[in-house]
Each structure stands twice: as structure tokens, then as C-alpha cells.
Design a protein around this ligand. Structure first.
Ligand SMILES: Nc1ncnc2c1ncn2[C@@H]1O[C@H](COP(=O)(O)OP(=O)(O)OP(=O)(O)O)[C@@H](O)[C@H]1O
Length: 250
């Protein structure tokens, strides 16, 4: 579903030092791929490139075989910030609006929005405004809104990073259940080894200094079934080497 093919990312002009170099990644349909790595290694940069917000200096990104050249509804984003909803629209309208903007009819858009809000456990919140919701509820609305678009790839940039631990645990489980049920393809940026092991079908570790690159990857099919602690231990050692290389480069 997603191919990242020899991608180098840089900010500024052609002479600028790259942030990421020669990233190759292939994500299958229905796979949840986690991007893990030290702060500043380029996780969000790569996610924005898949979103079509920032073009690679070299290489190519394809989604469903189509080369990414601009943002589009086939790649929906959920961010960490709680203020990504339209404050003047009720919850149902927040979720239905992008469907209408992308050519849907209003009654069908509202129906679909309702289905996705129900899946995220928000049936009772559909008539509320964002300011009446908790942070966790706002994030669930943002997820429902992104999922309702039925994107080819759902792009998540630390969506649970600003939540309290209990809410985060609940949402991680809920997200895993809903994306499994719908077979959603997901790219998910996280700082958390625990979150990566809990949600990911695969985990890609970025880091190793400037420019960053892929320093390791784990796929669920190559790890003992259900043995999350073994996955976490391996990720911990990969992340340590991603950090060490960074310090050596300074
Ligand atoms: N708009 C920009 N202009 C110039 N440099 C940028 C821009 N956005 C990010 N960078 C730089 O690119 C590098 C990678 O940033 P990025 O946000 O992708 O990292 P990250 O791994 O997502 O970090 P974090 O985990 O802290 O969110 C950093 O050195 C950052 O300063």
C-alpha cells in the first residue's frame, strides 16, 4: 500500500544538509507501521512527506501505486494537539465536514460520521462542541474524522502523546481494535517503546545521527506470537544504538 523508495529529506535549498537519507520502507495493506526514534531524527518529517506536505529531495513515495506529490484525502492525519477540531462545529459536523468537502452528500456524510463516532465510543457526544470534551474525547473525534475518510493510509503523529497515562492506555487499545476491525493501513509516529510494541505490526527505528536513516526494524511475523516484552527488549537495544550513533556524530 505504501512504498518509500530511496527517500532523502532536507529543509532549505539544494545544498542543505539532509535530515533523512535513503529511507526505504514498504508497508502492506492493513499493516500498522510504527516510526520510533530519538527526538529530532526526522519521524515527523517522513510522515509529512507521506502526507504530501513536503517533497523528498531524492527518491519517491507511492501510495496504492500512485506517486505522492501533494496532500489528499487518501492520506488522513491525526496530530498530537487537542485543537485540531473546528471549535465552532459540533462533533458530528466535525466528522462529516471533510466528507462533504470531498464530494459526499450531506445525509450520507452524517450517517458515515455517526458510524465512526460510534466505533470510537462517542455516540453520546455527537451534539457537543469541542470545548465541552476532554482531551481524550477530542483525540477520539479526530481519529473518527480521519477514519471516516477511509484513507488508504492513516497518518498518526504522536496522537496520544499529550494524554494522561490511563486515557492513553484506553485509547491505544481502542485504536488497535478499531484499526484491526477496519483493516486500516497506519503509519504511527511515537516516542514510546511500549506503544510501538502494543500497536505495531511492524516497527521501524530511525536515528543514527544526521542525516537520520533506518537503523532497525521489527515485524510481528518475525517475533514470538504475543511476546510483547521480547519486542520491547529488542526495540530498547535498537533505540540505544540509534541514540549512541547520534552522540558519536557530534
Ligand atoms: N520546517 C522546518 N524547517 C527546518 N528544519 C526543520 C523543519 N521541521 C523540522 N526541521 C528539522 O528537521 C529535523 C527533524 O525534525 P522532525 O520534527 O522530523 O523530527 P522528529 O523525529 O519528529 O522529532 P520529535 O520526536 O522531537 O518530534 C530536526 O533537526 C528539526 O529541527
Amino acid at each position: 500500500m505504501l512504498e518509500i523508495d530511496g527517500v532523502t529529506m532536507a529543509y532549505g535549498d539544494a545544498s542543505a544538509d539532509p535530515v533523512l537519507e535513503d529511507v526505504n520502507l514498504s508497508v502492506g495493506s492493513g499493516e500498522r507501521c510504527m516510526l520510533l526514534g530519538p527526538s529530532g531524527c526526522g519521524k515527523s518529517t517522513l510522515l509529512r512527506a507521506v502526507g504530501g506536505f513536503h517533497a523528498p529531495a531524492r527518491g519517491e513515495i507511492r501510495v496504492g501505486g500512485d506517486v505522492v506529490s501533494r496532500p489528499g484525502p487518501d492520506r488522513a492525519f491525526v496530530f498530537q494537539e487537542f485543537d485540531q477540531l473546528f471549535p465552532w462545529k459540533r462533533v458530528l459536523a466535525n466528522v462529516a465536514y471533510p466528507l462533504v468537502v470531498n464530494g459526499g452528500k450531506k445525509p450520507q456524510a452524517r450517517e458515515k460520521a455517526l458510524v465512526h463516532l460510534e466505533m470510537m465510543g462517542l455516540r453520546d457526544a455527537v451534539d457537543k462542541y469541542p470545548h465541552q470534551l476532554s482531551g481524550g474525547m477530542k483525540q477520539r473525534v479526530a481519529i473518527a474524522r480521519a477514519m471516516a475518510l477511509e484513507p488508504r493510509v492513516l497518518l498518526m503523529d504522536e496522537p496520544f502523546g499529550a494524554l494522561d497515562a490511563q486515557t492513553r492506555d484506553r485509547l491505544q487499545e481502542q485504536f488497535r481494535t478499531v484499526t484491526t476491525e477496519l483493516g486500516t493501513t497506519v503509519i504511527f509516529v511515537t516516542h514510546s517503546i511500549h506503544e510501538a510494541a502494543l500497536i505495531g505490526d511492524s516497527v521501524v527505528v530511525l536515528g543514527g545521527g544526521r542525516p537520520g536513516r533506518v537503523v532497525g526494524r521489527i515485524s510481528r511475523e518475525h517475533t514470538p506470537a504475543g511476546d510483547r516484552s521480547a519486542v520491547e527488549a529488542r526495540l530498547k537495544s535498537m533505540l540505544a544504538s540509534a541514540h549512541t550513533a547520534k552522540e558519536d556524530d557530534r
